[in-house]
Design a protein around this ligand. Structure first.
Ligand code: NAP
Ligand code: F7E
Length: 343
């Protein structure tokens, strides 16, 4: 008989890749989908996959909907990917971050203990929990989050992952994932914002775009590589927590330079601070400006993960290198913007 998986956040970047991955492994896949004013399933790209997913309407703010979804899906494995996942927005809407990213986890694990206590649970934890702790960060590093997003995720990790594992013997794992990107990444995250904006410049739809902190360093991997790690940790004999990362760190500035090369631009930087500009050496045109509206009240300066435990325990290692990730996103957006322009 097929195994049954229940995914919250199935409409998001990771949810869509994970659903496709699990269908490929022969799972029956159920997904919690919240009501939106538009088609929430637009990320499902692989032919023949969307029709196989069983959608259950619900919300992480609503215990009754979670209970119903678990009763219908009767899962062997639960992947909790639903979150308000935008760190910048979490400063503006801290209650939302706490309601969904902390209390939502509590609703899910409490309902799961009643309805399907045998189910194995994956919780989408994050490198934002390390906050101002110096890199490289691993499972033993100090958690010092600086954003409402990071604090809510840490509280969920402590109360419902390690807490419920120790207190109730629940099979629950935290995947402490570092930034992972793809052509399906939300357009407000910095990597996708850069590749879409450069594609629009290339097609003559805009002249320049604005970023915030160019010096922030992130460990960027490819989302498709990372969803496999989620599944792998639930196949282990014991629940545990695992850092998933590439181990490489790059600045926002480097990401923009690398992406610009794909579009035939050669960025040099002039000025400093808020006056800094990214100028294309070939055309002498300003392509990137700094806008203080994109700076955060508190910033995480450096994230670089050490995922040697995941490699040792279940043989996971990232497959996609930084330059390949940038290229595959840029290639996608060049075509994506062309299609949109033609509409
Ligand atoms: P994403 O693209 O923003 O997807 C988030 C998902 O959560 C969407 O399906 C969204 O639904 C859903 N959601 C939000 N609020 C909800 C609510 N109240 N009830 C039900 N569903 C709700 O995020 P992602 O990049 O795929 O990330 C997946 C998970 O991993 C998140 O928990 C995120 O915090 C965590 N994480 C991500 C990264 C990363 O770099 N991507 C790193 C570490 C951890 P809609 O489609 O309706 O908005
Ligand atoms: O920012 C800087 C920004 O919003 C990355 C989420 O998936 O990963 C993600 O969180 C860096 C930050 O991702 C702009 O200040 C500069 O330093 O792409 P981001 P994030 O905040 O790292 C973690 C691991 C998660 O768990 C989250 O769910 O880029 N930056 N200029 C900018 N960021 C944005 N968004 N927009 C800018 O214009």
């Amino acid at each position: 008989m097929s195994k049954r998986a229940f995914i919250t956040g199935i409409t998001g970047q990771d949810g869509s890749y994970l659903a496709e991955f699990l269908l490929g492994k022969g799972y029956d896949v159920y997904g919690l989908v919240r009501r939106t004013s538009n088609n929430p399933m637009i990320r499902f790209k692989e032919p023949g996959k969307l029709e196989k997913i069983k959608i259950i309407y619900g919300n992480m703010r609503d215990s009754a909907s979670i209970e119903r979804a678990l009763e219908i899906s009767k899962p062997d494995e639960i992947y909790n990917l639903a979150a308000q996942s935008d760190v910048g927005i979490s400063f503006q809407c801290p209650e939302e971050a706490s309601e969904v990213n902390y209390y939502g986890v509590g609703r899910l694990v409490n309902e799961a203990m009643r309805v399907c206590p045998q189910a194995r649970i994956y919780q989408a934890s994050t490198s934002e929990m390390f906050g101002r702790t110096n890199p490289p960060q691993n499972e033993g590093s100090l958690f010092q989050p600086v954003s409402p997003y990071g604090r809510a995720k840490l509280k969920a990790h402590e109360d419902y992952v390690t807490g419920y594992r120790n207190k109730h013997g629940l099979f629950i794992c935290s995947g402490i994932l570092f930034n992972h990107e793809s052509p399906r990444r939300g357009e407000h995250f910095v990597t996708r914002k850069i590749t879409i904006s450069l594609a629009k410049i290339k097609h003559g739809l805009q002249e320049r775009f604005q970023l915030g902190n160019l010096d922030a360093k992130r460990d960027w991997g490819f989302a498709k590589d990372y969803v496999e790690a989620m599944w792998r940790m639930l196949q282990e004999d014991k629940p545990d927590d695992f850092v998933i990362a590439t181990g490489e760190m790059h600045t926002v500035r480097e990401f923009a330079e690398e992406a610009a090369k794909f579009f035939g631009m050669d960025i040099e930087w002039g000025g400093g601070g808020l006056e800094e500009k990214g100028i294309d050496r070939k055309t002498k045109k300003v392509v990137i400006e700094v806008n203080p509206a994109h700076l955060r009240p508190n910033e995480v300066d450096f994230l670089q993960g050490d995922s040697s435990k995941a490699e040792r325990v279940f043989g996971w290692k990232h497959k996609t290198a930084f330059k390949d990730l940038v290229r595959l996103m840029a290639e996608h957006d060049l075509e994506h913007v062309k299609r949109e322009k033609l509409l």
